[in-house]
Design a binder for this molecule. Sequence first.
Ligand code: MN
Length: 191
Amino acid sequence: MRFELVQLPYATDALEPIISKQTIEFHHGKHLQGYVNNLNNLVAGTKFENADLEAIVKESNGAVFNNAGQILNHNLYFTQFAPPAGGHLPDKLAPAITAAFGSLDNFQKEFESAGAGLFGSGWVWLAADKDGNLSIVKEVNAGNPVTKGLKPLLGFDVWEHAYYLDYQNRRADHLKELWKIVNWKAVEARL
Ligand code: MN
């Protein structure tokens, strides 16, 4: 098949108790696999058949955009986590966060608030412009900052499928917990 399910860089139970094994199995193994299957069916025999994912997201709409966007989003999402370890921001990312948000604490508060305040399904992103300036971008449904010419560095999924089994309606609590499993080196590598 043209598009494949991204490999997790950790075991399905490695992010517990922040994200349960059951949530990872449904979110990665069922939801993301579904988007992959849909996109493979949708692009067969079209002008997008040999395009890369980011190009498809920038140029498509409707069902192709929705499924390609969700694959791009989840590929970023699932590869930005690591088992809870703590640690501080790497050298290149720290000054960019401070310049844009004053402090890591403040950035995290603004990011959580953006995610908690997003109505319905969508994503909250940390994105960089071409000069490396950072901003928080809210996107509904399958949106990704690449459509605004920005580079996504970190994304929190606020679709209910991302947290409902573990946190039910407590989206804000879920977002606050996610910081414990962010792999800042992986985030920095996207800058
Ligand atoms: Mn999701």
